[in-house]
Each structure stands twice: as C-alpha cells, then as structure tokens.
Design a protein around this ligand. Sequence first.
Ligand SMILES: NC(=O)c1ccc[n+]([C@@H]2O[C@H](COP(=O)([O-])OP(=O)(O)OC[C@H]3O[C@@H](n4cnc5c(N)ncnc54)[C@H](O)[C@@H]3O)[C@@H](O)[C@H]2O)c1
Length: 349
Amino acid sequence: MNHILITGGAGFIGSHVVRHFVQHYPQYRIVNVDALTYAGHLENVADVQQAPNYCFVQADIGDFSTMCHLMEQHAITAIIHLAAESHVDRSIGDPFLFARTNVLGTLSLLEAARCTWGGNWQGKRFYHISTDEVYGALPLEENMRFTERTPYAPHSPYSASKAASDHFVRAYRDTYGMPILISNCSNNYGPYQHPEKLIPLCIDCICRRRPIPVYGKGENVRDWLHVQDHARAIDTIFHHGLPGRTYNIGADNEWSNLALIHLLIETTDRLLSRPPGSSSALIRFVADRPGHDLRYAIDASRLRQELGWHPAIPFREGIEATVRWYLEHEVWLRTITNHTLRCNTCQNN
Ligand SMILES: NC(=O)c1ccc[n+]([C@@H]2O[C@H](COP(=O)([O-])OP(=O)(O)OC[C@H]3O[C@@H](n4cnc5c(N)ncnc54)[C@H](O)[C@@H]3O)[C@@H](O)[C@H]2O)c1
C-alpha cells in the first residue's frame, strides 16, 4: 500500500499530479504538503479535498522536524517532490530564496526520508520532479536535443538551484543507496498555471486588451507539453521507472515565443468573436531577460521506448482547451493575481 507525500500539490503541476493520483489510485493515501506561497492555492485542488484517500498539510519542506514528523505520522512510503520556487524572473531578483527552497528544501526532504526509512529501502521511492532547464541552452539552427546524458549547464539562478537539487538526489542514491527517480520535463501549459507565466499572461493580456510583453525578438524556442500529459508521465515513471534512473519528458513540440503568442492571439480572438488576429497590435517587444536561454528541446525517447509513455494531447487542441479554461475561470485568475500582489507587497516591505 502506497502512502505518498506529494510536495507542492497546491501549485500548477502539483495540483494535477495530486488530482491524478487521488482519482486513479483510491487504494493509495495521498498527503499533499504545501507551504501555500504566492504560487500555491487550495482552490487548485478543491475538487479532491473531500476524497477519503487525501489530506492536506500546510508546511514548509525546509522544516526538517515537521517533515520527519509527517513521514512517521502518515507512514510515508514514497515522495513525489514538486515543491519549488519556479519562476525564472523571480530567481534573478531573489536567488537566496531559490537556494533555500529548491536546494535546502530538497535536502531537508532527503534527510527526512533517510532518517525515517532508516536504510530500509524496500518498497520506498524518492521521486524528484525537475526541469530541462538544467541542461542549459541549445543553438537555434542545429537539430540537437537534450538527452539524459547531456551535461548540466544551468544559466539562471532557478535552473542552477534545480541542477543542485538533482545532484543532491543522485548523491543520496550513490551514498546511501536511496531508491530515487528524477525526471526532467520541458515547459508545461494548461489549467491552473500561475498568471505570471507566459501562456496565461498572454491570454489575460489579450482578454483585457493590455500590452503583451515579449522578451527580445520573441525568438527563444520552448518545447511545450500539456500538464496532464506530464502528470501521466509522472505516474508511469513512479510505477515503472528503474530506481536510480533519470527520464526526460517532452512532446517534440518546439515553438518560438512569437509563434506561440500568435497562436494564442488567433485562438483567443476567435473564441471572443473578435476580428481574426486583431490582438496582434498588443504585442510589445521588451528588453530581453538576462541569461535568457535561446532554445530548449527534449529527447524523450528513453521514456517512450523503455516505459511506453506517449503524449496524448495534440498541442492546438490543448491550447484551445486552455484558452477556454482561462476565459471560464476569470474569478480564479483575479483571485490568484490579487493574492500574488498582496504577497509581493508584503515581501517588499
Ligand atoms: N512549470 C513548468 O513548466 C515546469 C517544467 C518542468 C519542471 N517543473 C518543476 O515542477 C515543479 C512544479 O512546478 P510548477 O510550475 O507547478 O510550480 P508552481 O510555482 O506553480 O508551484 C510550486 C508549489 O510549491 C509550493 N512551495 C514553494 N515553496 C515551498 C516550500 N518551501 N515548502 C512547501 N511548498 C512550497 C508553492 O506553494 C506552490 O504550490 C517544480 O519543481 C518545477 O521546477 C516545472
């Protein structure tokens, strides 16, 4: 019987992973631990809060004694670790916060697992959810992609903190024999993503006829995956991945930021019955992000060939459903935006 601690389950990806495991595995016990920072909202998991196999605990993963207590209290047998500071722009302004949460927070969880499981690794798993950004940047013109053997070369404080946490997780495998799993995934999109991120930000700007900021010339390329395909990949790796192994997750779906923004404009204008493409006038090119990686592209053939996972949601369909979701969840969007503004004000005072 799996008793799974899912960290960061009130955030974007974590909420989909929590929902997926609660609904698909009624025999498991799911303990969602989240500090509810500006990025975490219980509204994101409201539909499972009454489920008998689910409970929520508000706590900071960096609080080692609380993590040990939770592991014992709930007889945790596996951890799926998603809690993190996740926004690259914020990492440029406050790198310490990213090191505290992403590096020390992960270390705190690893130590809590090591102390609680006491070297009895039978039936245990520590699964770290990571990003393709640890691999650095690829050139635009060449057909290269990140594999699991690509050397780490992070450029932002965010990706450096995720790279450091990946290294700590592997060190626990090599030093203590902990059965770990790591997956490095490309950019996710879908419902419940915080409106500071590119896709919801654009949809919101288009709806409100506000300027759409585009870094540099909009040439940067990202490889996009629907968050529900990511949740299914996590399920596959959790149940069938080889302990100690790393898996890349991606959908072979590269888009330049500018091309993606035009797709969002075309979709949103159509759904709002506006003249096609009329919102293109809202595009504003702004100074590029420092250290902005040019291109990410994931080779997920290990996951496809060894574990049989494939993305199921075609991108244009996923984008249309996502735009519809944001149009229908105006209250959610305003609640999250206002809460974030309040959090930012508190931090700055
Ligand atoms: N978003 C992507 O495209 C993407 C792609 C690949 C990997 N990832 C990774 O997936 C994970 C989730 O990303 P996301 O986009 O859902 O992030 P998010 O910012 O939407 O959610 C992060 C969650 O972690 C919680 N959290 C933050 N600090 C915490 C702490 N100290 N203790 C407990 N909880 C804390 C927040 O409250 C929030 O609920 C992250 O580890 C991220 O690096 C994200």
